[in-house]
Design a protein around this ligand. Structure first.
Ligand SMILES: Cc1ncc(COP(=O)(O)O)c(C=O)c1O
Length: 402
């Protein structure tokens, strides 16, 4: 008999199961209305255009698409990503781009090349659960920085850095999802982006900018990415096809300084040799044919409708003492219930009423968020979302009055 528990590495022992991944199982049960996952609407997947691109790839590039590829990614896709990023103001060449198996792998690789056990990493409070998992796996010591409706409070960050420095420690990086943040739905203001860069330069701490949602803006003016404002190579930029095309592609990219990218490539080699050349060729074809932009327009129109429907259902049904964010884009909003309500505990009742959400605690590495929940509005139709909010509001009202 093997005692696996005794064999697990310290790193493996730090791994915990995630509420989100458990919840994804519930999404597949047809009778549960789930606000839980971060799923795009599957009815909007551009199936016909994919079919067309797959055919082209198999006709024109069968040998390269079905073969192993280079770890850095298909050269034509790297060039295309670099070219498009330059148009968005990011200073880069194809050599600064690594194609990865989506942003989650990017987070894992960033952690793998930068974090030693106990290293300090700053994250937003709340922060993306998958990033917390990835950083946890490499035994990071995460310090959450509070946010308001302008995003991360950068003055608090600066104070924390100074305190840390005075105790002889130096943080490894600052992780942020600055635009339509997962889970809070808030966006870091332009002014704070500049301040964040100033802090990064002053203390020589890199920023990891995770930007899966920035193209999904439903109102307001676009704000430049932190990477595009960076003149000193302090930003590591992560993007993905998951939310603008399909998460099933498992395709994303990292843009970073030469030295960092070279190390990431070595780390990735050990992880999976290369990202699927087949999906890279399909995404390349999709992009070259000019199909992304019109598809993003469709997503924006539909998700805006869903967001609006969700917000008005919340206005209509939720009790007065519940607060929530009003995101200008992305897939999520964040609700804060009265302090006495424990959303983890309440989840059982919600599931009995066939409605699911993610309770706030998973988004805080060191506790917090007990009375909060993340709600996704992109997956279901506005009608289903409305019914879900109605069910949820009944449960909240019962809890609040208790
Ligand atoms: C902020 C953030 N980063 C990364 C990811 C991972 O996305 P993917 O691995 O599909 O690119 C997600 C997914 O929800 C996310 O919200």
């Amino acid at each position: 008999m093997i005692f696996w528990d005794a064999l697990f590495s310290e790193r493996a022992k730090a791994l915990k199961s995630s509420a989100i991944r458990e919840l994804l199982k519930l999404v597949n049960q047809p009778d549960v209305i789930s606000f839980g996952g971060g799923l795009p609407d599957p009815k909007l997947f551009p199936v016909e255009r994919f079919r067309e691109c797959v055919d082209v790839v198999l006709n024109e590039h069968p040998e390269e698409a079905l073969q192993y590829g280079t770890t850095e990614g298909v050269p034509a896709l790297r060039s295309l990503i670099a070219e498009r990023s330059k148009k968005d103001g990011i200073k880069c060449s194809p050599e600064n781009v690594v194609v990865v198996a989506s942003s989650q792998q990017a987070l894992d690789l960033v952690a793998k090349v930068l974090i030693n056990p106990g290293d300090v990493v700053f994250v937003e409070a709340p922060s993306y659960l998958g990033a917390i998992q990835a950083f946890n796996a490499f035994q990071a010591h995460m310090i959450p920085i509070p946010m308001d409706d302008q995003g991360m409070k950068v003055e608090v960050l600066e104070n924390r850095i100074k305190t840390l420095r005075s105790s002889g420690k130096s943080p490894k990086f600052i992780y942020t999802v600055p635009t339509f943040q997962n889970p809070a739905g808030v966006t870091l203001s332009h002014e704070r982006r500049l301040q964040l860069l100033e802090i990064s330069n002053k203390f020589n701490i890199p920023i990891v900018e995770d930007a899966p949602y920035h193209q999904l803006r439903y109102d307001g003016e676009p704000i430049p990415s932190i990477a595009s404002l960076d003149n000193n190579g302090t930003v590591i930029y992560l993007e993905t096809f998951s939310k603008i095309l399909s998460p099933g592609l498992r395709l994303g990219w990292i843009i970073g300084p030469d030295e960092f990218i070279r190390k990431v490539v070595l780390a990735k080699q050990a992880t999976d040799l290369c990202t699927s050349p087949f999906t890279q060729f399909v995404a390349l074809e999709f992009t070259k044919r000019g199909y992304i932009e019109p598809h993003v327009e469709i997503l924006k129109k539909e998700y805006k409708r869903k967001r609006d429907g969700m917000l008005s259902a919340m206005e209509e049904f939720f009790p007065e003492n519940v607060r929530w964010t009003k995101p200008q884009g992305g897939l999520f909003l964040w609700a804060e219930l009265p302090k006495a309500v424990d959303t983890n505990d309440m989840l059982k009742e919600a599931l009995a009423a066939k409605v699911a959400y993610v309770s706030g605690t998973g988004f805080f590495p060191n506790g917090g968020g007990e009375n909060c929940m993340r709600l996704n509005f992109s997956f279901s139709s506005p009608e289903v979302n409305r019914e879900g909010i109605k069910r949820l509001s009944e449960i909240i009202k019962k809890r609040v009055s208790a």
